[in-house]
Ligand binder design. Structure first.
Ligand SMILES: *[C@@H]1O[C@H](CO)[C@@H](O)[C@H](O)[C@H]1NC(C)=O
Ligand SMILES: *[C@@H]1O[C@H](CO)[C@@H](O)[C@H](O)[C@H]1NC(C)=O
Ligand SMILES: *[C@@H]1O[C@H](CO)[C@@H](O)[C@H](O)[C@H]1NC(C)=O
Ligand SMILES: *[C@@H]1O[C@H](CO)[C@@H](O)[C@H](O)[C@H]1NC(C)=O
Ligand SMILES: *[C@@H]1O[C@H](CO)[C@@H](O)[C@H](O)[C@H]1NC(C)=O
Length: 389
C-alpha cells in the first residue's frame, strides 16, 4: 500500500505540475497554500463578506482569485464530525472544496476528528462516537473511508489529507490522549498505545477508500504536529509512537508542522530548520510541509506577545517577509524534501487575531462601516507567494 501510494503521489504531483503554469514543468511541485476554511461562513452569514482587490482599483473579486493571483496553488480546509450545522461539517466543506477545485486549487483536507476545534488544548472525540478503544477505532476507520468517498463522489480530488490536527497531545481524547513528558520511556510508550491504535485505524480507512476508489488521484496521507521548532519534542514523540509497534513510518506519506511566531521566542527559523532537517534524516524521502503559519500586521498594547523573530516588522510587508523566510527554510531542507507552506486563515475578517494575542494576522484590511456586513481590502501581503515579491 505504501508503494502504491507513493506511485499515487507521483502521478498526482505530475498532474498538478503539468497543470501549474508558473511551475516551469521541471521542478517538483511546491505547495503555496492558504487555509481558508472560514471563508464561506463569512460570506453566507450576517457578515455577507465581500473582498476588494486594492491592486486592481478596489475591484470586487472572490478572495480565492485575489490569493491565487498572489501565488496560491492549494487550499487547506478543516472538517469537523458532528458540529453545529454549517460549521465545517461535511456538506459545508464539500461545497467550499468543490468551488475551490473548480478554481484550480489543490485541496488539502484537514481532519479534526472532533465536533469542534482540535489542537493541543482541545482534541475531544466526537460526542456520538463509541467510548471504548476498539469500537472507536472501527468507527474512525469507517468515517475516513466514507468521507473520502464523499469527496470522490462530488468530483473533488484530494491532494493531501491529514489524519488529525496538531496531535502533539494525541487526538480523540480521552482514549487517544498522549503525554510526551511521561517517564520512564516504557510508560511513555504505553501511554501512546491508544493514539497509535487510532492513527492506524484512520490510516486503514484511507487504504479502504483507495481499495474501493476509481479515481486516479489518491491523496498523500499527512501526520500533523505543532511546535515545529522543538526538535526534542518531535524526536520523543515520534519515537514513542513508533515504539508501540502499531504505527510505522510507512503509515504516513508526508509530515506537516505548525510554526507560529507568537507562542514562544524559541520558534526561530533556525530551530525550524533543525526540526525539518531532523525529520528529513529520520524519515528519508518523506515530504515535509509547514502547514500552519501566520504573522501579525498589528500586534501592540499591554498583552502583545514577544515575537520569535523580532527583526521582522509587524506589518503587511512583515507578513510577506516572514512567509518568504519560512519558505526558504522549507526549500533548504536536506535532500530537497520540503514540499509546501500554508498560511492560516488569511480571510477571517471577523476573527483577525487568529488565536494569537496579536490583534490582526490576516491579509485583508477590514471595513465595518456597513455593519454587520464586512468588506476586506487586500493588503500587499496577499502576494506573499509570488516569486517576485
Ligand atoms: C463571523 O461571522 C460569521 C458569519 O456571519 C459568524 O458565524 C461568526 O460567529 C462570526 N465570528 C465572530 C468571531 O464574530
Ligand atoms: C480603495 O479603497 C480604499 C479603502 O476604502 C481607499 O482608501 C482607496 O483610496 C481606494 N482606492 C481606489 C483606487 O479607489
Ligand atoms: C469503503 O467504502 C466503500 C464505499 O462506501 C465501501 O464499498 C467499502 O466496503 C468500504 N470499505 C470497508 C473496508 O468498509
Ligand atoms: C521542547 O519539548 C520538550 C519535550 O516535550 C519539553 O520538555 C521542552 O520544555 C520543550 N522546549 C521548550 C522551549 O518549550
Ligand atoms: C476565532 O478563532 C479562534 C482560533 O483562532 C477560535 O478559537 C474561535 O472559535 C474563532 N471564533 C469563531 C466564532 O469561530
Amino acid at each position: 500500500m505504501y508503494i502504491s501510494n507513493l506511485l499515487g503521489i507521483g502521478i498526482l504531483l505530475a498532474n498538478f505540475a503539468a497543470g501549474a503554469p508558473t511551475n516551469g514543468g521541471s521542478k517538483a511541485f511546491f505547495y503555496k497554500g492558504h487555509d481558508i476554511s472560514s471563508l464561506k461562513m463569512l460570506e453566507d452569514g450576517d457578515t455577507q463578506a465581500v473582498f476588494k482587490d486594492t491592486a486592481r482599483g478596489n475591484a470586487t473579486r472572490r478572495a480565492e482569485d485575489i490569493l491565487a493571483d498572489g501565488g496560491m496553488n492549494g487550499v487547506r480546509l478543516r472538517l469537523w464530525v458532528n458540529p453545529i450545522p454549517g460549521q465545517y461539517d461535511l456538506d459545508y466543506v464539500l461545497a467550499l472544496a468543490s468551488r475551490l477545485h473548480a478554481a484550480g486549487q489543490a485541496i488539502y483536507l484537514d481532519y479534526h476528528f472532533s465536533d469542534t476545534w482540535a489542537d493541543p488544548q482541545h482534541n475531544n472525540a466526537p460526542v456520538a462516537w463509541p467510548t471504548s478503544l476498539e469500537p472507536l477505532a472501527a468507527t474512525l476507520r469507517a468515517y475516513v473511508n466514507s468521507t473520502l468517498h464523499a469527496f470522490e463522489d462530488a468530483g473533488i480530488p484530494l491532494a493531501l489529507v491529514s489524519l488529525g490536527n496538531e496531535i502533539r497531545h494525541g487526538m480523540l481524547w480521552p482514549l487517544g490522549h498522549v503525554d510526551v513528558e511521561v517517564e520512564p520511556e516504557d510508560a511513555r510508550v504505553a501511554n501512546f498505545t491508544g493514539l497509535a491504535t487510532l492513527y492506524k485505524a484512520a490510516r486503514c480507512g484511507v487504504d479502504d477508500y483507495v481499495d474501493t476508489s476509481s479515481s486516479t488521484q489518491q491523496p498523500a496521507v499527512m501526520l500533523h504536529m505543532d511546535n515545529g521548532w522543538n526538535v526534542t519534542l518531535q524526536e520523543r514523540w515520534f519515537s514513542s509512537l513508533t515504539a508501540t509497534g502499531l504505527v510505522t513510518p510507512a503509515d504516513w506519506d508526508v509530515l506537516g508542522f505548525s510554526f507560529y511566531p507568537f507562542y514562544g521566542t524559541t520558534a526561530t527559523f533556525e530551530n525550524l530548520a533543525t526540526t525539518l532537517d531532523w525529520a528529513a534524516n529520520a524519515f528519508p524521502g518523506t515530504p515535509l510541509h509547514v502547514v500552519e503559519t501566520d504573522f501579525p500586521a498589528r500586534c501592540d498594547g499591554e498583552d502583545a506577545p514577544e515575537l520569535s523573530e523580532p527583526d521582522i516588522a509587524i506589518s503587511a510587508a512583515g507578513q510577506t517577509a516572514w512567509v518568504r523566510r519560512v519558505e526558504e527554510v522549507v526549500k533548504a531542507v536536506e535532500g530537497g524534501v520540503g514540499q509546501g507552506v500554508w498560511y492560516w486563515e488569511p480571510t477571517w475578517l471577523n476573527n483577525t487575531s487568529l488565536g494569537s494575542a496579536c490583534q490582526d494576522a490576516i491579509l485583508f484590511d477590514q471595513d465595518w462601516s456597513q455593519y454587520p456586513r464586512v468588506t476586506g481590502y487586500s493588503r500587499s501581503s496577499v502576494d506573499m507567494f509570488l516569486d517576485s515579491v
